[in-house]
Write a protein that binds this ligand. Structure first.
Ligand SMILES: Nc1ncnc2c1ncn2[C@@H]1O[C@H](COP(=O)(O)OP(=O)(O)OP(=O)(O)O)[C@@H](O)[C@H]1O
Ligand SMILES: [Mg+2]
Length: 266
């Protein structure tokens, strides 16, 4: 693996201004994403701003196709924006190599994909162990088993993804996303495949992580019960942020919310 992101002079040169908000983790400015498909360009994100501070919780809601998954992927540096910047603690992600971004993600972020993306040839336990193994941590097996127990899959450690239901796969993906206690958890429809009985304890767990470990949450969801528990709800439509609502818990996150204006007119 390559050196830490902050060691690179190119990356340092590309750093944007110090975040205005104390303990800002993620700073998104003027984000635009256009897909170039042959003759017709498709712009799916238009001038999106977003601030996420340590301990923040933020739900992103909006109709299908409004750009929620695209925004989440860009926040994690999984793809490059067409214009605008995403910065992690002032460090612009686009200035980092793929390896540096992967290292940053492994150190600081957990990501739950809308389609889970579990590795089919690994068991549930082995999938959850991946982030710990990437960090070279010992005792990964014990930690991974513990967290699978927490999400109610203690009896499924040796199952392969194909031997798990959709909801069970989702819970493995969640366990994998927070087994290494990231500072920021980005989750795309984390309760999308779960019934109320299964989703309630998972949602409690997510907000428990937020409360007890200060894990910042950015949750894309169609689930109003889940969105209502977040400090902020960001509504997207047609690739724009069209609304920010909710009561941030403290002055710092209030400042973050104010620094994240609703979308300007087209
Ligand atoms: N690789 C791609 N190439 C071209 N268009 C894409 C690509 N990925 C996404 N899109 C388009 O971008 C738009 C936004 O997609 P995105 O997945 O972000 O929506 P979403 O808000 O997450 O929707 P949903 O609620 O259905 O998951 C969609 O119209 C989609 O067709
Ligand atoms: Mg989506």
């Amino acid at each position: 693996m390559t050196s830490a992101p902050s060691d690179t002079s190119t990356a340092a040169a590309a750093s944007i201004d110090r975040p205005a908000v104390k303990d800002s983790l993620l700073q998104v400015r003027g984000l635009v994403k256009t897909y170039f498909n042959g003759e017709r360009d498709l712009t799916v994100l238009r001038d999106v701003d977003l601030d996420v501070a340590a301990g923040d919780s933020c739900a992103i809601v909006g109709p299908s196709g409004s750009g929620k998954t695209t925004l989440l992927g860009l926040c994690a540096g999984l793809d490059d924006p067409t214009a605008g910047t995403v910065a992690w603690r002032g460090q612009v992600l686009a200035a980092l190599s793929q390896d540096q971004r992967a290292a940053l993600r492994n150190r600081h972020m957990g990501f739950v994909f809308q389609n889970f993306q579990l590795l089919p040839t690994l068991t549930a336990l082995e999938n959850v162990m991946i982030p710990l193994e990437l960090r070279g941590e010992r005792n990964g097996r014990g930690r991974a088993a513990e967290i699978l127990e927490v999400v109610g899959l203690g009896e499924r450690l040796g199952h392969y993804p194909a031997q798990l239901s959709g909801g069970e796969q989702q819970r493995v993906a969640l366990a994998r996303a927070f087994v290494h206690r990231p500072g920021l958890l980005l989750a795309d429809e984390p309760t999308g495949n779960l019934d109320a009985e299964t989703s309630d304890p998972i949602v409690d767990m997510l907000f428990g992580l937020n409360r007890e470990h200060g894990t910042a949450l950015v949750l894309v969801t169609h689930d109003h019960a889940l969105a209502s528990r977040a400090a902020r709800v960001i509504t997207m439509r047609g690739g724009r942020v069209v609304g920010v609502s909710g009561g941030p818990a403290d002055a710092d996150t209030a400042a973050a919310a104010l620094a994240s204006p609703v979308a300007r007119e087209a």
